[in-house]
Design a protein around this ligand. Structure first.
Ligand SMILES: O=C(O)c1ccccc1NCC(=O)[C@H](O)[C@H](O)COP(=O)(O)O
Length: 213
């Protein structure tokens, strides 16, 4: 049985990053989408990355950015993984090699099942579908459909998770990992240390028989 990996997304402050790492987060996400209330400048992210312990994975989130810009920012900040949260094609994912790519897809209906094979991504992040919004919405996705996807692919479940619902979500979907942003915040971009600790504790205490390596 593998543990459910935990990504805390929308980090903008060193203290929040260190606290999440101490609580046991596997990965931290930084939003480079300028229209997000969690947007953070590359110079700040570089400082945060330099302050982190060695075994915490750093993930940069981009929405429909040009590949060269994504690479430039990722190289500058020292990021480990790139998460593409817009309408990026499978070809764009390929162009970012050797960076590992997580492709985020907003789960609208079963048509998603036909699109998955084309993505050369290390994992698919399933988020809620909210018209005209790319992420960080606080809305849940269809866990039943997500569970079907998770039987075939490594899935990172996102969308409206918090410490109250995450144990049930893991038990039902059996994802590779979970991702949370607004559910552990005091305000957009500002994490609540108690909510972060409670979320991570809940995930670590639930059995996930389906999670693959
Ligand atoms: O968080 C944002 O503001 C955001 C904006 C645009 C694209 C992606 C964004 N966040 C990506 C994430 O990975 C979030 O953690 C994910 O969407 C879940 O968010 P939430 O429902 O608030 O937990």
């Amino acid at each position: 049985m593998n543990p459910t990996r935990i990504k805390i997304c929308g980090i903008t402050r060193i203290d929040d990053a260190i606290h999440a790492a101490r609580c046991g987060a596997d990965a931290l996400g930084f939003v480079f989408y300028e229209r997000s209330p969690r947007h953070v400048e590359p110079a700040r992210v570089r400082e945060i990355v330099e302050a982190l312990p060695p075994f915490v994975t750093t993930v940069g989130l981009f929405v429909n950015r040009e590949v060269g810009q994504v690479r430039q920012i990722a190289d500058f900040c020292g990021l480990d993984v790139i998460q593409l949260h817009g309408d990026e094609s499978p070809a764009i994912c390929r162009q970012l090699a050797p960076y590992r790519v997580i492709k985020a897809l907003r789960l609208r209906d079963e048509k998603i099942l036909d699109r998955l094979d084309s993505y050369p991504a290390r994992a698919i992040l399933l988020d809620a579908y909210v018209p005209d919004q790319f992420g960080g919405t606080g809305h849940r996705c269809d866990w039943q459909l997500a569970a079907r996807v998770a039987r075939e692919y490594p899935v990172i479940l996102a969308g409206g998770l918090d410490s109250d619902c995450v144990a049930e979500a893991v038990a039902r979907v059996r994802p590779y990992g979970v991702d949370v942003s607004s559910g552990v915040e005091q305000a957009p971009g500002i994490k609540d240390p108690h909510k972060v600790a409670a979320f991570i504790h809940k995930v670590k205490s639930v059995r996930n028989c389906g999670a693959s390596a």
